[in-house]
Design a protein around this ligand. Sequence first.
Ligand code: F0G
Length: 461
Amino acid sequence: MQRLKKRSWAEPFKIKVVEPLKMTSREERERALKEAGYNTFLLRSEDVYIDLLTDSGTNAMSDYQWAGMMLGDEAYAGSRNFYRLEDAVKRYYGYAHLVPTHQGRGAEHLISRILIKPGDFVPGNMYFTTTRLHQELAGGTFVDVIIDEAHDPASLHPFKGNVDLGKLEALVKKVGADKIPYISVAATVNMAGGQPISMANLKELHAFCSRQGIRIILDATRAVENAWFIKIREKGYESRSIAEILKEMCSYSDGCTMSGKKDLLVNIGGFLAINDAEIFEEARNLVVVYEGLHTYGGLAGRDMEAMARGIEEAVQEDHIRARIGQVEYVGEKLKAIGIPIVQPVGGHAIFLDAKNFLPKIPQVEFPAQTLAAELYLESGIRSMERGIVSAGRNKETGDHYYPKLELVRLTFPRRVYTQAHCDVTAEAVEAVYERRDTIRGLRMVYEPKYLRFFQARFERL
Ligand code: F0G
């Protein structure tokens, strides 16, 4: 008799409510894909079997959060839930002031408008789509200062989200610190594959920026996931709690923008948190124009309560271990069968390396877009392009940006899918990989002006 020697871990929750999934036929998917212009963003959710488009707003809330929803104080001004949220943000993130927003980009809009003047430069550890666009709309120019390893899907650097201080220093020399209102630091770095930044790098960056008088604005959207990587990969943090690590990370920044739809386990919500009283004052004025009164920022009272409770749950160690463990599980499976993925596996998603998956399709024929479409066709699994379509166009030259990374993201919502769903996903990727030589690229037939990946349409070549 064979013995089970291994001790597995399991999800630290049990399931109380279920939502049935629908499986479609290949013909139905072929039709749905064509109607969606080969863009997974344009598929109807009811035509999707396992939805790995994003981990944004797609999390399962706990019974504790749902119970909090019933305690929503829907007053226009001064809702009790705002004060609960403010308290949680101060306690866990450590910033002095809070302005709630409807989601992350609401906060990005506010901070970009307040701090960036036309002609300014905003360095960042790689870009995020909405973050960079708000910087550009405010008149700034984004400059990538992430370490080179981040652009190499095969590099095993443990902190591919690190800022290259040499690149930052070169920028300061070139344009002057007074043209750099802040550096935008993401933790983890979504577009690099969910890669973390190290505490040592944050510390060094903080020292450098303090000398130069440049602020650091953290994109804290997945900072809890980053804290987990620091705990398991960085010397000296093994026995520190996730909450302690998170707070230390934030202490090296002047404020943060937050999309609560990720780490914070809610379906909607975000905030801007900041230490500087003047910037806060300005944000509190502006939020009224674009989001709502400063004590709700576009959210219902119940949403703020769910987010306050999500903050508490997000830092629980068994939660974050299982969350990242699930992503790692899929990564290990795919690596074992030789699928090219970004390594090391990041916090929220597996990123298929479309350039290596479909080497015959040139970047202008959108290999990642093609692969996402093929995976849907194969299995009903929805993923997302993170390559040339997402990168958009250079506003000066009008040409595409040609990112080194041409990726398909399989993003795992928190607490939503089981290990069996993970197995099915790996098998579907394998099936597409086996017929990769027969796959043809796409041509873009409709291109929206902003954030084109959301609504662009394609045809098969
Ligand atoms: N910053 C990061 C790192 C993000 O991943 C996102 C959203 C935002 C900011 C913007 O926040 O959506 O609440 O306005 N990322 C989603 C994704 C859309 O699928 O990765 P938002």
